[in-house]
Design a protein around this ligand. Structure first.
Ligand code: OZZ
Ligand code: MG
Length: 214
């Protein structure tokens, strides 16, 4: 049987990127997605916005919902201070298998904990299983109908603190209307839209940055 797109993306990284060099992994994936096969990575344009927020927050603890091939995992982890951790949740074992190899190729495996399974099941166990009190930064990029329920779950599980930052991908395309309405209307959040484009296209999309006010 043939290969999958994530497997072809991984091959491109192994062939063209430099081991231990996160920037070369990022550039290789962006080139592959522009020139060979589009893939649903946050991409270089929205990625630059994400980078600036990661640097601003300088998080001690980060949660990513939706690893896919590990592109944004590498983008975020390369900016994390020594001794800080990124927990990333992936549902699909085939994607997780590729992501682990991409993350390792970038040399970032020490900073990243990839947990396989559905976010709704894992989030309630995070405190006890991984010794996390609260997350300073959450990047939402998984199934768009899970953004809102998982945000409410993070609140209920006490995993957010005053000042925790949520960064949500795809709030315009494919769109997360219920999530957007919630963070923009709830007194518990201070929300701001960063206009951009859907990865590797001219279609409008953007990131929503929402600060939890407690
Ligand atoms: O659909 C999109 N993303 C869904 C991502 C889902 C990822 O999250 C994982 N997950 C992890 C944990 C879970 O609990 C559930 C899923 C899934 O196994 C998958 O790896 C999308 C689509 C477009 N697009 O242009 O169509 C553009 C984008 O940037 C997108 O992010
Ligand atoms: Mg996305």
């Amino acid at each position: 049987t043939g290969s999958t797109r994530p497997q072809r993306l991984l091959k491109a990284v192994q062939k063209n990127a430099t081991k231990g060099d996160p920037q070369s992994v990022i550039s290789t994936i962006d080139h592959f997605c522009r020139r060979c096969e589009w893939a649903m990575n946050v991409g270089d344009e929205k990625g630059t916005i994400l980078d600036s927020v990661v640097c601003e927050v300088s998080p001690g603890s980060t949660l990513e919902l939706g690893t896919y091939c590990g592109y944004s995992t590498v983008r975020i982890a390369r900016l994390l201070a020594p001794g800080t951790k990124l927990i990333t949740l992936e549902f699909n074992p085939d994607f997780a298998k590729v992501a682990r190899q991409v993350i390792e190729f970038a040399g970032l495996q020490e900073k990243v904990l990839l947990v396989e399974g559905p976010s709704g099941d894992i989030i309630p166990k995070i405190k006890e299983q991984f010794g996390i009190t609260t997350f300073d930064l959450v990047f939402l990029d998984h199934w768009k109908d899970r953004y809102l329920p998982d945000t409410k779950l993070l609140e209920e599980c006490g995993l957010l603190r005053k000042g925790s930052v949520l960064m949500a991908d795809n709030v315009i395309c494919p769109g997360t209307p219920d999530y957007l309405a919630y963070v923009r209307s709830s007194p518990k959040y201070d929300s701001k839209y960063f206009k951009s484009h859907l990865e590797y296209t001219k279609v409008e999309d953007g990131l929503e940055k929402s600060v939890y006010l407690g």
